[in-house]
Ligand binder design. Structure first.
Ligand code: ADP
Length: 483
């Protein structure tokens, strides 16, 4: 088995600066062709506990380092990731499926959070507050919350880890992550580079294993852990949130979305089509901020769907490692079955299939870009997060109507709309009940901006000047006797 990036085949979890090689193994497969990429030791709750203990032991020394020292180490980690960008991208593509070009972008995007938080680490300002008397003072310190545990998904195997780890480490916290069992290799590659960068043993730990429930129980229940951060499905997030309640952990939840994408009658239609292609077909639609319901004003709906069809037929389905691939495989057979069921049900309920609608000749996991016209909010394809390359088109007549339809969901992660009317831009932006808005933009993610949702899409923000808040506690000091 040759595998990109690793000079020796990886053996398993990275805990307390060491590689765990247990007897029980699990396979990592390429979703494009099911070939085996690696065989890793299958960690369980014992290794999870070992990692939590290691992170607890490492906490004092790491948090006591000057912020500038932590920042310098993070910078080295960032630079090492970028100097290995090509190999890391190929590894990511092989285990996850996305086109190589997107994988390269993800590596750079993931690294950008490390750079961002290295720079934020040295600006972790506290406050002084005017006191009630002249012989008193009020000071506020921002201190690391402590040991942080995280569980991350397979759709962004690199960036979903760095986004959390960089903030945690910058604040002075130590970190244990359980990546998805589908994509553990990118996480282990990050650990290899963390070690090379001089991140001390126990500060960054990666537990890879298939028993998500058992590992998750340790990471949500253990009292040494002060903060838990999750990115994944809403259903699993709700369970983990409940599990965290017993020990009153601070929690960040980045859960599922159901993004509306609204095209008003005054929109630049070509820009809206390219924005939709970027939002919808990136990672074959397997992102939580993917456009999920596309609302187009009646007066431009025909024109828009014609332009969209023209753009979509050119998209090339192929294994992500092939240079011209634009859409790779879905992550698993069950993912394909789910998407197919949503499409079939929509057609049965009266939607009109404009293109796609089935797996492609490229392979059974390669789902064709699919456009469904005449869909409505009663259909499962509009109510559920599709997580596949399927565009449901819904026509609307006016702003009020489309706002009501767009907000008619429990999810509140991302929303997009296209309009050139400045009044409408502000009216609509104020009323959309979502944490992130792409306005004449199909891509919202950026390390400088706060990523996160409202409603059942979760809480907490990753990236931006707000990103350290979730990893720091405020400590208020009341000083008296100063006269
Ligand atoms: P997705 O739809 O992206 O697979 P999931 O929520 O199922 O979303 O998975 C996201 C992460 O949560 C993965 O690392 C997965 O292993 C983990 N996970 C799934 N179920 C549980 C559980 N019951 N307890 C803890 N972690 C879980």
């Amino acid at each position: 088995m040759t595998i990109p990036f690793f000079s020796q085949p990886p053996v398993g979890s990275y805990i307390a600066g060491e590689w765990f090689a247990g007897k029980k193994k699990f396979l990592v497969r390429n979703p494009a062709d099911d070939s085996t990429l690696a065989q890793l030791a299958d960690a369980n709750e014992q290794q999870a506990l070992h990692a939590v203990n290691a992170a607890t032991e490492a906490l004092f020394a790491w948090s006591a380092l000057p912020a500038a020292t932590r920042a310098a180490i993070l910078e080295v980690w960032h630079d090492l990731i970028l100097s290995n960008q090509d190999e890391l991208a190929l590894l990511l593509t092989l285990e996850q499926g996305k086109p190589l070009k997107e994988a390269k972008t993800e590596i750079a995007y993931g690294a950008s959070y490390i750079k961002w938080f290295a720079a934020e680490a040295i600006r972790l300002y506290g406050d002084t507050i005017p006191a009630a008397a002249s012989n008193k003072a009020i000071l506020v310190l921002r201190q690391p919350v402590g040991v942080v545990a995280a569980i991350t998904p397979w759709n962004f195997p690199n960036a979903m880890i760095t986004r959390k780890a960089a903030a945690a480490l910058a604040a002075g916290c130590t970190f244990v992550v359980k990546p998805a069992a589908e994509t553990p290799l990118s996480a282990l590659a990050l650990a290899t580079l963390a070690q090379q960068a001089g991140i001390p043993s126990g500060v960054f730990n990666v537990v890879v294993g298939t028993d998500a429930k058992a590992i998750g129980e340790v990471l949500t229940a253990n009292q040494q852990i002060q903060k838990f951060s999750f990115t994944g499905s809403t259903a699993v997030g709700k369970k983990l949130l409940a599990q965290c309640a017993a020990s009153v952990k601070r929690v960040t939840m980045e859960l599922g979305g159901n993004a509306p994408f609204i095209v008003f009658d005054d929109a630049d239609l070509d820009a809206a089509v390219s924005g939709l292609i970027a939002s919808k077909f990136r990672n074959a639609g397997q992102t939580c901020v993917s456009a999920n319901r596309v609302f187009v004003h009646n007066s431009v709906s025909k024109q828009f769907s014609t332009k969209l069809l023209e753009a979509v037929v050119d998209l090339k389905l192929a294994p992500g490692s092939e240079p011209d691939s634009q859409i790779g495989p879905l992550i698993s057979d069950s993912a394909v079955v789910r998407v197919q069921q949503l499409v079939n049900a929509a057609i049965e309920d009266g939607a009109c299939l404009l293109c796609g609608g089935r797996a492609d000749v490229a392979g059974r996991r390669f789902y064709q870009p699919t456009i469904l016209a005449d869909t409505d909010m009663s259909m499962a394809v509009c109510q559920q997060e599709i997580f596949g390359p399927v565009v449901p088109l819904i026509s609307f007549d006016n702003e009020e109507e489309v706002l009501a339809l767009a907000n008619d969901t429990d999810a509140g992660l991302a929303a997009y709309f296209y309009s050139r009317d400045i009044g409408r831009v502000f009216r609509v932006a104020r009323q959309l009940q979502f944490g992130m808005l792409g306005i004449n933009e199909g891509i919202v993610s950026n390390a400088a901006a706060p990523f996160g949702g409202i409603k059942q899409s979760g809480f907490g923000r990753e990236g931006s000047k707000y990103g350290l808040d979730d990893y720091t506690d405020l400590k208020y000091m009341a000083l008296g006797g100063l006269d």
